[in-house]
Write a protein that binds this ligand. Structure first.
Ligand code: DAT
Ligand code: MG
Length: 206
């Protein structure tokens, strides 16, 4: 790359950073901090800020179930999590097989509805996502609403988009421990991306 191209590339990079507000100063950036979970770059415009607020790197698994995908609700679900302020770090569309679902719903294997649940969950594609942010496990459960759609409050995803427990549109992990287990079940670590939201100072007091 010639001198002028290098200068142009550098000013473009600086321009992109300034669009994001405060550029990552050396005192805010800890390249080593997220390394254990990082699949993204450790330097350059995609590098991570330090975890400025305890818990802000909490992660959860959210999945749009086959009924939600068929009904083209994927965008609505993503939009709610984005607008709330959470950060998407993993996303894929897949046809789940019985093996992954048997592990995922291991605790429910003796329930009478289990065969129907597996049948429904393998009936079409699922969109699996990992969302990151402060208290994301608890907050996402509140956003998703009661398991039984008939009981789910308006304003929740299930309360707005579904009417019966057997077709409740979306999954969200129910505890931090469950979230870790489910994330590693559905995603390889290389499929998760560490990146910085450029507007973090508007969602956290950093
Ligand atoms: P949640 O998805 O809210 O974590 P869960 O883990 O108890 O609820 O159950 C997993 C899924 O199983 C749930 O989203 C829908 C289905 N399910 C639960 N109870 C059911 C029932 N009584 N009849 C039919 N499906 C049910
Ligand atoms: Mg559950």
């Amino acid at each position: 790359m010639g001198f002028f191209q290098r200068c142009a590339a550098r000013s473009l990079l600086q321009g992109r950073r300034s669009l994001c507000g405060a550029a990552p100063g050396p005192e805010r950036h800890q390249p080593d901090a997220p390394a254990a979970r990082s699949a993204g770059p450790s330097s350059g415009p995609g590098r991570r800020y330090s975890a400025g607020v305890p818990g802000m790197q909490e992660r959860t698994l959210v999945a749009v179930k086959p009924d939600g995908v068929q009904r083209r609700l994927v965008g609505d679900v993503i939009r709610r999590f984005e607008r709330r302020g959470f950060k998407l770090v993993g996303l894929k569309l897949l046809q789940a097989n019985e093996g992954i679902l048997a592990e995922h719903y291991h605790e429910l294997r003796r329930k009478p509805f289990y065969p129907a649940l597996i049948h429904y969950m393998t009936s079409g594609p699922v969109v699996a996502m990992v969302w990151e942010g402060y208290n994301v496990v608890k907050t996402s459960r509140a956003m998703v609403g009661d398991t039984d759609s008939a009981e789910a409050k308006p304003g929740t995803i299930r309360g707005d988009f579904s009417i019966h427990v057997s077709r409740n549109v979306v999954h969200a992990s129910d505890s931090v421990e469950t979230a870790q287990r489910e994330i590693s079940l559905w995603f390889r670590s290389s499929e998760l991306v560490d990146w910085d939201c450029c507007d973090y100072s508007n969602t956290y007091q950093l």
